[in-house]
Ligand binder design. Sequence first.
Ligand SMILES: CC(C)(COP(=O)(O)OP(=O)(O)OC[C@H]1O[C@@H](n2cnc3c(N)ncnc32)[C@H](O)[C@@H]1OP(=O)(O)O)[C@@H](O)C(=O)NCCC(=O)NCCS
Length: 119
Amino acid sequence: MNGVGIDQLEIDRLEQALARRPRLAERLFTAGERAYAAQRARPGQHLAARFCAKEAVAKALGLTAWDFRDVEVVRGEEGPPQVLLHGLVAAHADALGVATVHISLTHTRSDAAAIAILG
Ligand SMILES: CC(C)(COP(=O)(O)OP(=O)(O)OC[C@H]1O[C@@H](n2cnc3c(N)ncnc32)[C@H](O)[C@@H]1OP(=O)(O)O)[C@@H](O)C(=O)NCCC(=O)NCCS
């Protein structure tokens, strides 16, 4: 466990991967994450940030293999994003004594990035 994790991604790389593999979005993202992105002008921008958040959380928790949907980014129309952990990732965090996982997301036209900090 590192306690902190960071990840960055070129948005068009994810967009191309999603276009090539139609089922990839369902494997990586929860229904809520896909719905949030679908309502925005460029869904790939928000999906890329969420992909980064999942990778950043995995780095913070010291995970190398996990179900991407077990790390879910949720947020309302306003306010910061939050992370919900599910399944084996939640169990792993519990075993480590991790009470909270904080994240912050950002995106430009080209890249998305996220940082995760364990509380
Ligand atoms: C939140 C804020 C700092 C985002 O900055 P930005 O440069 O526009 O956007 P970034 O690309 O860096 O970050 C976008 C991400 O910030 C996150 N975010 C949004 N609101 C947030 C908040 N209040 N606190 C922390 N993070 C927030 C979201 O996760 C968003 O990504 P997502 O839509 O994919 O979930 C900026 O919108 C802001 O200052 N908001 C304050 C409230 C405000 O001004 N509202 C508009 C009134 S007209």
